[in-house]
Design a protein around this ligand. Structure first.
Ligand code: IPE
Length: 262
């Protein structure tokens, strides 16, 4: 089974000031995946459909008073509706390309404790896979069991690591808008070099949140999740979904430019 993450930055215009789909990319990405017809779970990011609201309402930050609680309740409601809309657009596009996609709303069956998944039953997702469907989950805003937080954002990356372990995935593929992991931030340093293989011993130059539009930790957050997965023996591959053909190669198991985390 493959678990495939489609980064919010490839599906949406991530730094837009309102939720904006990247229709051309979404169409091509769905087309590239449609060749694959074995077991697969897709998890997509939120891009501008999630980060704008999550940031505005500071979802996942401590609640200090009654007014703030009310403000966050409003924020959670808006964030969930927005990312659910993106999920609908993605599922629709996948279906258009012949993929039997089933949208799953993570916040309806997942709760976190201190921002990590604490309540989640994967039985139904597994059953859909067994029956030949392709479940499609996404980064969402959820209830948190810590009363000081009450709400949290779960990234698609956290979902991937959780589901990869629970469903015994063979391969994990993460696609985003960069080629993989670099020795430095390639968007600011032209000398940054792509690293083929990253292990827990690889020394990396990463700031905690180099992408200000991203509330779930940017590339540093991703790598942390994937190294954790590697410790359980599941390798993952980071590729650039914006380069035509990459996803097609990656899902079919062929060689592709990217970074393997093991
Ligand atoms: C974030 O999900 C979810 C919300 C902001 C509600 P991700 O962290 O997986 O999204 P991308 O891939 O960075 O856009």
């Amino acid at each position: 089974m493959i678990i495939l993450k489609l980064g919010g930055s490839a599906l949406t215009v991530k730094d837009a000031d309102k939720p904006t789909i990247d229709e051309v990319n979404l169409d091509r990405i769905a087309e590239e995946i449609s060749d694959y017809n074995d077991d697969m779970v897709i998890v997509h990011g939120a891009g501008s459909y999630g980060h704008i609201y999550a940031k505005k309402y500071a979802i996942g930050e401590k609640i200090t008073g009654k007014d703030e609680n009310q403000f966050k309740i409003e924020g959670l409601s808006l964030t969930q509706a927005s990312v659910q809309l993106l999920n609908y657009l993605v599922v629709n596009k996948l279906q258009e390309k012949g993929i039997p996609a089933i949208g799953f709303k993570p916040s309806s069956f997942i709760m976190t404790e201190n921002k990590r998944i604490a309540v989640c039953d994967t039985t139904i997702v597994q059953r859909y896979v067994d029956e030949g469907f392709v479940p499609v989950l996404y980064g969402d805003a959820v209830l948190d069991l810590n009363d000081e937080l009450k709400f949290a954002v779960i990234s698609g990356d956290q979902l991937i690591t959780y589901f990869a372990r629970q469903l015994n995935a063979d391969r994990v593929i993460l696609s985003s808008d960069v080629d993989g992991i670099y020795t430095d931030n390639p968007k600011t340093n032209p000398d940054a070099k792509l690293i083929d293989i990253v292990t827990k011993d690889t020394k990396l130059l990463l700031t905690e949140n180099e992408n200000q539009a991203d509330v779930t930790g940017g590339m540093a957050g991703k790598i942390r999740e994937l190294l954790e997965l590697a410790e359980y023996g599941i390798e993952s591959l980071i590729i650039n979904a914006e380069k035509e053909g990459n996803l097609r190669l990656a899902v079919s198991g062929e060689k592709v430019t990217g970074t393997l985390i093991k």
